[in-house]
Design a binder for this molecule. Structure first.
Ligand SMILES: Nc1ncnc2c1ncn2[C@@H]1O[C@H](COP(=O)(O)OP(=O)(O)O)[C@@H](O)[C@H]1O
Ligand SMILES: [Mg+2]
Length: 310
């Protein structure tokens, strides 16, 4: 049963008009260079993969005050869903992922994965950060193997999975290279292969492509969409880039400026594969952006007020 946020499920015009279409079905005629995203059956989902039930979190600041970062967030993520979270800087997007990863406890409310309460990190969830955390002294292959070693996976299985996941991200040829010999986009793909190799059910991605140039990012969008289609993982992807969110997501959740709340949810039912430059992607992004802009303005006002008070 999906828990809707306090502030309603209200898709904007064109999104609502296309309601009911399975997001990962490709409806157009494929060009020869276009990858088909496999259609996964729409199952009768009973237990959400991840659910947040009235989550609030306050941090203690250095001056000893409490800062309410997240306020009463309720959200359900279905198995195999690609959920994107957007919001202004400082609205609590990273904090939200940390809670799901079990890296930080919430102040109140519940985080459930497969219906069970999260009480710490687990191998079923994995975070990928913008700073990838790859080890420069290890080769690409050894980096991919690293997470599996931590999970005590046998040598033979590690070998098989390293090969498989490097092939999936098109990096088999670079297995013996060191990460400084690779481009930024290739390093991102190593991090993705390393994460996928541990076979987590849920991938938590925190602005992973923010530092990449536009062309590399476009390619990674294609790769991530294909890999998501092939592996059936649940992805929760945080970005401040609305077009990126519409390009990738089955649904976009828009958060308010501090304290972070769910302002609105937008189901994205545009056919896949999508491209960031498509008119429909741009149009949907524009509608979400106009809602986001109000929150960005609030964040700027708060920043300027802080400056004046100094
Ligand atoms: N460890 C922490 N201690 C105190 N405040 C924090 C901590 N981490 C984040 N914050 C504050 O919580 C708010 C949300 O932060 P964050 O989740 O990083 O936002 P976002 O990822 O959306 O930019 C911000 O105001 C930030 O300054
Ligand atoms: Mg962040």
């Amino acid at each position: 049963m999906s828990t809707r946020p306090q502030n309603a499920y209200s898709p904007v015009g064109p999104v609502a008009a296309r309601g009911g279409v399975r997001a990962n079905v490709y409806h157009g005629k494929p060009a020869s260079s276009v990858t088909m995203i496999p259609v996964r059956p729409v199952s009768e989902v009973v237990v959400p993969k991840v659910s947040l039930d009235g989550i609030s979190l306050s941090y203690k600041t250095t001056s000893g005050e409490r800062l309410l970062a997240l306020d009463n967030i309720s959200l359900s993520v279905q198995p195999g869903e690609f959920l994107c979270v957007v919001g202004p800087s400082g609205c609590g997007k990273s904090t939200l992922l940390h809670l799901i990863a079990g890296l930080h406890p919430q102040t109140s409310g519940k985080v459930l994965v497969d219906g069970r309460a999260v009480d710490g990190p687990g191998t079923d969830r994995l975070m990928i950060f913008q700073e990838l955390g790859l080890f420069p002294w290890l080769t690409v292959g050894q980096n991919v193997e690293f997470g599996m070693k931590m999970k005590n996976i046998s040598k033979a299985e590690r070998e098989e999975k390293t090969q498989h996941y490097l092939r999936l991200v098109h990096l088999s040829k670079f297995r013996d290279s060191y990460t400084h010999q690779l481009s930024g986009g290739m390093r991102q793909r190593v991090a993705l292969a390393r994460a996928l190799a541990t076979e987590p059910d849920v991938l938590l991605m925190d602005e992973p492509f923010a530092a990449l140039d536009a062309q590399t990012r476009d390619l990674l969008h294609d790769e991530l969409e294909r890999i998501w289609g092939e592996t059936g993982r649940t992805i929760i992807f945080v970005t401040h880039n609305v077009r990126e969110a519409v390009r990738l997501g089955d649904r976009v959740v828009l958060m308010t400026f501090r304290p972070g709340r769910v302002k609105q949810e937008f189901p994205i039912v545009l056919p896949r594969p999508r491209h960031i430059e498509e008119t429909d992607v741009a149009r949907t992004a524009k509608e979400i952006l106009s809602c986001l802009r109000e929150e960005i303005n609030k964040s700027l006002e708060a920043e300027y007020a802080d400056e004046k008070n100094r």
